[in-house]
Design a protein around this ligand. Structure first.
Ligand SMILES: Cc1ncc(COP(=O)(O)O)c(C=O)c1O
Length: 416
């Protein structure tokens, strides 16, 4: 048996141990034998192929926008929902509510913080909004961010600028900029005595560049500023530990790389913020249900726990290694495609599971995307035009070299 196959079967056993089964799913014996009933289990990347519910024939390279929720995660979500509807108040304000605190604890451990520092949200944008809205601002104070932020990480600062007269300074990161030290120096040059917040993505949505989060957070702390990180593209795809990063706040979502139900998210607020971020939603505490939050999507929150189990069983470091290795394979393969220019970092410490290529001006990214999807059943991301005329590829735990080969073959036909 190959070592890959052995590792895969070991993962399946561990999935069972983690209680990821629901009635009617595999028995642990079947898993240990690599079979579901009489059907052999077929791996798809690090997943079992029938965990992945994508339409047959679709090559999905778009986890950076929305990840495909695996079957065991969806099963757990639906099982909780069915249970809830048997007696909504008794269960929804009873055991299903209480158990959300276990989900918080699991999520906190997943990103490396204490449970009291972890808040469940509906999205990255919501987490960023809570942080910005929870700071007490004075006119003339400043936020320092980059020109590569997603609107979900930027709208909150535009709001405080409009509402409280806060000024926004912007560090430019041109596509193809892959020098983290140069980025830190640009931040340092633009800081002023009135700068209160440094806000930036962990992985840039435009190119996937790994930002020097630890260095920028240290810079912020030395100047008495807050370091607020948009981690939408990181958690689940790479192994994130917010304490090691040293930021004050970190917002992410469940619906991309964590493969959790859509409309889930996590917000880390470090203990040492000591009241400097105090949003309305957290007036009654940080529990998942309080007087100031109201009721959330209980089944989705429980689905988030199943998604974390799914990642933990496969191993966060192993998932990152798989994703990055596939990115390397993609990077090399893209060199054989005419007319495109890879703008993401070369394989190495700055590369991530997101890879972007620029297209020539006479090949509009949107039109090429439509042809890739309709004719070749390959789904990629159109990079917003304000960043560049390009496309972004996500490689996650269920993707394989075959997916990359399908993309490359389609691009060669379309760009010939
Ligand atoms: C860097 C970044 N921030 C924020 C968002 C928005 O995420 P959410 O839908 O979780 O608010 C995205 C989505 O693509 C993103 O890439």
């Amino acid at each position: 048996m190959s070592s890959d196959r052995r590792a895969f079967l070991a993962s399946l056993g561990a999935l069972s141990a983690a209680g990821l089964t629901v009635p009617g799913a595999w028995t642990s014996v079947a898993r240990a034998q690599g079979t579901r009933g009489k059907t052999p289990v077929v791996p798809r990347g690090l997943a079992a192929s029938d965990d992945i519910l994508l339409e047959p024939g679709l090559t999905y390279l778009q986890t950076g926008s929305l990840g495909p929720t695996p079957r065991p995660v969806m099963d757990r979500t639906i099982a909780v929902w069915k249970d809830l509807e048997l007696d909504p108040t008794a269960k929804g304000y009873g055991p299903i509510e209480t158990a959300m605190e276990d989900v918080r604890a699991k999520a906190a451990a997943f990103i490396g913080c204490d449970t009291r520092e972890l808040v469940l949200t509906n999205s990255t944008s919501e987490g960023m909004n809570w942080v910005a809205q929870g700071i007490s601002w004075s006119p003339g104070e400043r936020v320092l961010t980059t020109d590569q932020e997603h609107p979900g990480g930027r709208a909150c600062w535009d709001y405080v600028a409009r509402r409280y007269g806060v000024a926004i300074d912007v560090v430019v990161i041109p596509p193809g900029e892959n020098d983290p030290q140069a980025i830190v120096e640009r931040f340092a040059r633009l800081m002023t005595p009135r700068t209160r917040v440094l806000s930036f993505s962990h992985l840039l949505t435009s190119t996937g560049l790994r930002m020097p989060v630890a260095e920028l957070s240290a810079l912020a702390r030395r100047a008495g500023c807050l370091s607020v990180v948009d981690g939408a593209q990181a958690v689940g795809g790479i192994d994130v530990n917010v304490k090691a990063l040293g930021c004050h706040a970190y917002a992410t979502c469940g619906h991309k790389w964590m493969l959790a139900p859509k409309g889930t998210g996590l917000l880390y607020l470090s203990d040492d913020l000591a009241g400097r971020v105090d949003p309305i939603m957290l007036q009654s505490g940080r529990e998942a249900y309080t007087a100031s939050t109201g009721v959330c999507s209980l089944p989705s929150v429980h689905g988030m726990a199943a998604a974390i189990d799914y990642h933990n069983v496969l191993g966060k470091a192993r998932i990152e290694a798989h994703n990055v290795a596939l990115g390397r394979y993609l990077y090399e393969a893209l060199k054989t495609v005419p007319k495109i220019r890879v703008v993401s970092a070369a394989p190495g410490p700055l590369a991530s599971p997101l890879l972007t290529y620029a297209l020539p001006g006479d090949v509009p990214s949107g039109a090429l995307h439509a042809r890739l999807h309709a004719k070749h059943r390959v789904e990629v991301k159109v990079v917003p035009a304000n960043f560049m005329n390009g496309q972004r590829i996500s490689t996650h735990l269920f993707n394989t070299e075959r997916d990359v080969d399908a993309l490359i073959a389609a691009l060669k036909l379309e760009l010939a």
